[in-house]
Design a protein. Structure first.
Length: 464
């Protein structure tokens, strides 16, 4: 009887979590669509260098640079919109940008129109990174967030995998026609999802917040949580929330430092560069595995691993996951750098281990996913107070755009000027530095409410 009772209780818990998971997954389709566009350059660049398009590698490299530049410029707009029109309505706009981007790709062979497409991609990135982590953090309980909070990362990596598959086998226009279905699906499903209780309480609509919370929790009596949420939001909103307070208040400065160190480690750890240039990298290695299939293996394992990686991240915690991830990624990248150096600069016969770059990239995926791939994105929705969140998200997204733009262009410059071994050596050294930074900067947030995290940043350990 006890076993039956336990099963019944677990079933009830799952049923109460399902509405949150549904909202989280529907919202994360926007992340999937962003992943499609983010990695579009990987299968597209080899095709754009052919006679059909006849672009140069220099021209094609700007396909990776323009989106982060557009994200830098537009981030302030979307960070203001999440408080003006709400998290849900702001996020819905991303679907329109995704559709516009694919339409540009589908109907042109002009490099200027491709650049316009990438501007729309950057606008959608600014939107998604501003609204989606906040939406996920505010509609889920700590337990659900710990278990399923990697949905955004999982959906983005899955989107990157799909574009490598579709883009390898289909022409660029046909790829656009296939992948445009996902932002359409996002708009159709997400329009029926609820707004976050946090936002509704912020604008004084307590009745709607209660109905929203009842729907998300799958239960009628949510008065206790509403009272607590109202108290938390009122306390956070009572704090100074001007832009300058992001830098003047110690807890806000600390949160800003944490967010940007985590993002810097992620980008200077090489993840974005390897994702966007994966097919071109494997094409240069001249291995026995085709560049397209190697890129599929790389992005496919990246997506698959993230189905389960949240279990390990939750077990080890945010800090330890980042430390382990930086150490493992550094070793994997250093081994790839060594291989490429020996291949170009020595007479060492590597013909029997041409598969090594693919193996090393798989190992890199496994260890980078544990921390570098997931922790920076998850923490973005956790560590900022409600009163300062729009300003903090704006600043961190703009800095993230700078990181992304700088790193991807720097990777292309080092690769074409000095050979593949140089950027891989640079990224590996950054990962080793990341071990130290993770230990001293990254806090532990697993299993904590947003209010508990705020108290921890203030140095108040009570209730944690």
């Amino acid at each position: 009887m006890t076993i039956i009772a336990d099963i019944h209780e677990n079933s009830q818990v799952k049923s109460k979590q399902f509405p949150q998971i549904l909202a989280l997954c529907s919202a994360s389709i926007a992340g999937f669509a962003s992943g499609n566009l983010f990695s579009f350059a990987s299968p597209a660049i080899p095709k754009l260098l052919t006679e059909d398009y006849n672009f140069t590698i220099e021209q094609a490299s700007y396909l990776t640079v323009i989106p982060p530049l557009a994200m830098i410029v537009s981030s302030p707009i979307f960070c203001l919109l999440i408080d003006k029109i709400g998290r849900k309505r702001t996020l819905l706009l991303s679907g329109l940008f995704h559709i516009a981007s694919w339409l540009c790709v589908a109907f042109t062979k002009n490099i200027a129109v491709f650049y316009v497409s990438r501007i729309f991609s950057g606008l959608s990135d600014a939107n998604v990174f501003s609204a989606l982590p906040t939406y996920i953090a505010e509609v889920t309980t700590p337990k659900v967030r710990s278990r399923y909070g990697n949905a955004l990362v999982l959906f983005m990596f899955s989107g990157q995998f799909l574009v490598n598959c579709v883009g390898f086998y289909l022409s660029i226009p046909n790829t656009a026609f296939v992948l445009i279905t996902f932002p359409v699906l996002f708009l159709i499903t997400f329009i029926f999802m609820p707004e976050t209780p946090y936002y509704l309480i912020m604008i004084g609509d307590e009745k709607s917040a209660e109905k929203c919370l009842q729907r998300l929790r799958g239960m009628g009596d949510v008065q206790k949580e509403i009272t607590q949420l109202k108290c938390d939001v009122e306390r956070q909103l009572s704090e100074r929330g001007h832009f300058k307070d992001l830098f003047l208040i110690a807890s806000n400065r600390k949160a800003l430092l944490i967010a940007n160190v985590a993002r810097a480690l992620q980008q200077f750890g090489g993840m974005s560069s390897l994702v966007t240039y994966s097919q071109y990298i494997f094409m240069q290695t001249g291995g026995s595995i085709s560049s397209g299939h190697a890129a599929m293996i790389f992005s496919g394992i990246l997506a698959f691993v993230n189905i389960f990686i949240n279990i390990l991240t939750d077990k080890f915690g945010r800090k330890n996951s980042m430390i382990i991830s930086c150490a493992g990624s550094g070793l994997a990248l250093f081994s790839m750098s060594t291989y490429f150096y020996l291949q170009v600069n020595t007479a060492v016969d590597l013909s029997k281990i041409t598969w090594f770059p693919v193996l090393a990239s798989v190992l890199y995926v496994l260890v980078s996913s544990l921390g570098l791939g997931i922790v920076p994105t998850v923490m973005m929705g956790e560590i900022f107070s409600t009163s300062i969140r729009k300003h903090a998200t704006m600043v961190t997204n703009m800095i993230f755009g700078v990181f992304l733009c700088t790193v991807t262009k720097f990777f292309q410059f080092l690769m074409t000027s000095y050979g593949l071994w140089v950027p891989f050596l640079f990224f590996s050294l950054c990962c080793f530095v990341g071990i130290v930074l993770s230990y001293f900067v990254i806090p532990e947030t697993k299993g904590r409410t947003l209010e508990q995290i705020q108290q921890n940043l203030k140095g108040n350990k009570q209730g944690i």
